[in-house]
Each structure stands twice: as structure tokens, then as C-alpha cells.
Design a binder for this molecule. Sequence first.
Ligand code: PLP
Length: 462
Amino acid sequence: MQYISTRGKAPALSFEDTMLTGLARDGGLYLPETIPTLAPDEIAALAGVTYEEIALRVMRPFVGDAFPDPEFRAIIARAYRGFDHPARAPLKQLGPNHFLLELFHGPTLAFKDFAMQLIGQLFQAALQRRGERVTIVGATSGDTGSAAIEAFRGLDNVDVFILFPEGRVSEVQRRQMTTPAEDNVHAIALKGDFDDCQAAVKDLFADFDFRDEVRLAAVNSINWARVLAQVVYYFSSAVSLGAPHRDVSFTVPTGNFGDIFAGFIAKQMGLPVADLVIATNQNDILHRTLVSGDHVKQGVTPSISPSMDIQVSSNFERALYYAYGRDSHAVAHEMQALKSEGGFTVSQGALDFLRDTFRSGRASEAETTATIRGVHAATGETLCPHSAVGVKVAEESLGAAPMITLATAHPAKFPDAVEAATGARPPLPNRMADLYDRPERVTPVDNDLSALQTLIRERIAP
Ligand SMILES: *Cc1c(COP(=O)(O)O)cnc(C)c1O
């Protein structure tokens, strides 16, 4: 299986090189040259098997011969052994025909663990075989950074540097990044906001000499291996509810479009998906795009669902690639307009494709809080604010097919918003009850490229 860039000007790569590279050098995102499919009887055969076995069967055609089955099986087993639920991604019923897919049973209590834990093990296996080391650098508004640190801590062939905006992540998120004691973990508090962190990471990657010198690698949500890992739970949940013999729908709280794009891939692979619903908070560029056809940046307004506070939704470029009939020239052109003019108008053909493929909705802050309160009162289930955005939009989108809403984080990760809605502070799971007592280790850094480069060089020096 070969991978090609959405912008058409970077070399095609194998699965392993795509994963180790992250972003293509032409600024595009990698996609498989063709999307493999599973036949209905192969999907039916996923019923009743473990999550790990489903993961193997769903991901294997994309991985090709990069990892032989026995090795891949062992990697998957290591990736998910730290989850505290035997189903890994259990389903709960919220109401008639409406189900919640709990994706927060991993080590950092958010769905990003599904991809990051796997990618940590895949990196380690590939790098050990090659006898190489890499330096992972990432920016985070909270959840990605803690998931990355948790996945790479203590691995021999990797240093991991995570930049977060000083003072702008929740205390749980910060402590998850600053309390791991392993030497290869470096939590960096950047003096700036999340956009400054992302820009700093982009600048590090754009300095090709530095990039090659320290062997930079990216594991942000544009890494193809992360998208792939997320395809698995679309299959596991749909099969639990009767696929392929009946259709199911999904509603996905969306920011960078990685999670919902995984749902799009699942559908392309042959999973019978009726509706794929994009749920945004008040930062609703994706919803506005589907309604109006204009993909235009507005400023980010901080919300109680901070992991969805974005104005540039990176993985949307992958959907655009298909919407524009795989015309990489057109994609490159639109992305250039997004960068230089702050937006573009989606062509009529591409807009028709997007509207056929996705539905969308948004939840205001008040609606999000009301949903947390209402679901808690009606069912006893406590939603995190991101999941509540999903549930609110899903409730407007219920149809004949069962609706599965993705619950992307544990409520205890966002205790203030949850307490404001329900009056009760959600407790952390027992296994991390001592998080507030563990010592923290963090390096404050100015928003300055050369200061960052110096720090990274010093820390990775043998
Ligand atoms: C990252 C994140 C999202 C958004 O996911 P995308 O793949 O960026 O669309 C939603 N909820 C939570 C809790 C997250 O951490």
C-alpha cells in the first residue's frame, strides 16, 4: 500500500514512512492511494470478537507488509492493555435508538489514547528495527499532548517535546503532561496561546536543516496512522448494533476533523453508515462551510469544550481531496487561499459531495451546559462538554438508523464545566486519584524559535 499527498507534490511513501513523517513536505496530508474494502461477510465476522482482533482485521490492509501479523497483533495488544474497560470502546444506550460510544477508558481519559497508544508502539517497533531515534514535537491545547506523553514515555528510541500554552490548559490536562518522570518526556509551557504553540511547531518543521538534524517527527492529528487507528471503533460499535445487516449513523464532536474523517474512511471501506454528522461548538467553521459553501476563518472564541476550539481544521483537507474528485491541484489552490486570504468558496461540485457525505450542527455554550444537565437528570450519565455537543446535535439528527454519538472524553477531565451544569464534581477514576499529589516537571520557554531549538538540542544530546 502506497500513500500519496493531498497536494500532489511529495513522493509516495510506504505505510511506515508515512507514519514516521507525519506531514508531507509539500504541506499536504498523506492518504492511501486506494481505500481497501471489507466485504459484508468479513464485516459480519467481526461480531463477537475482541476489540484487538477487530483492530487487526480493519487496519491490516492499510499496513500491508510493514508489520507481519504476529508482530502487529502483539503491538495492538500492548497499545490497549492500559485501558480500564475490557470492551475498550463500550456502548451505552442514552435513549430510544441513541447510543453513546465511550472512548475515554484509556490512560489519559480521552479518545486520543486509541490512536496515540497504538502509534507509540508502532514507532518503537519501526525505529528499533531501523536502529534510529526520532524527536517528536507537538503542540497541544490539552488532550493531544497528554495522550502523546503517555504513549511515548519511557520508550527507548523517542524523545517527546510537547508545547502547551502556559496557563491555558486545565489543571488535569497540565498535570497529565508534567507528572510523568521519564527522561524522554519534556513538557514545555510556551508563553503564548495555542495558535502560538502550533505556529512554533510549524516553524520547527519548516526549518529543514533543523528538522533533519534532530530527526523531527509529528504525531499530531494529521498523522495518517492516527486516523487509521480511529477507524476501528466505527466498525466495533456498528457491528455491535447489527451492521452490516442494518445501517447505523454517527455523530462526532469535531475540531481538527480527524475523528470524523476516520468515520468517512470506515464508510468507504464498506461499513453501512447512514448519516455521518459533524458536531461543532460555537467555533463552527465546519458547520458554516456545509451550510453556506464558504470556508472562512473567524477568530477562535474560547469555549467549555476547548479541544474543539479551532479555526483551521487540518484534516478537512483530506475530505476536500475527495470532494474535489482527487484533484490535488485544486486542493493546493484552496489551501493557499485559506492561508493567504483567510478562506475560500467551495466549488459547487465539491459542496454537493460534502453535503451528500456529511450532515452538521452546532451547539452553543448554553445548549452544551443544558445537555450535560438534561442527560444527567434523565439517564444518570455524566457527559464531558465535548460529548455533550455531540449529543445535542445528534438529538436533532435522529432517524431510522440507530445513532451512535462519540463520547470523546471523560467528564472528570473538565470538572468545572460539568460541575457548573450538574452541581456535582465528577471524580477521577481510582487509578489516577493521586494525580494532584504527584510532583510536576515543566520547562517554561519564550515564544522564540531559536530558544526552542537550543532547548531541544540540549535535551536530546547523548
Ligand atoms: C481532540 C478532541 C476532539 C476533536 O477531535 P478531532 O479529531 O480534532 O475532530 C473532541 N473532543 C475531545 C475531548 C478531544 O480531545
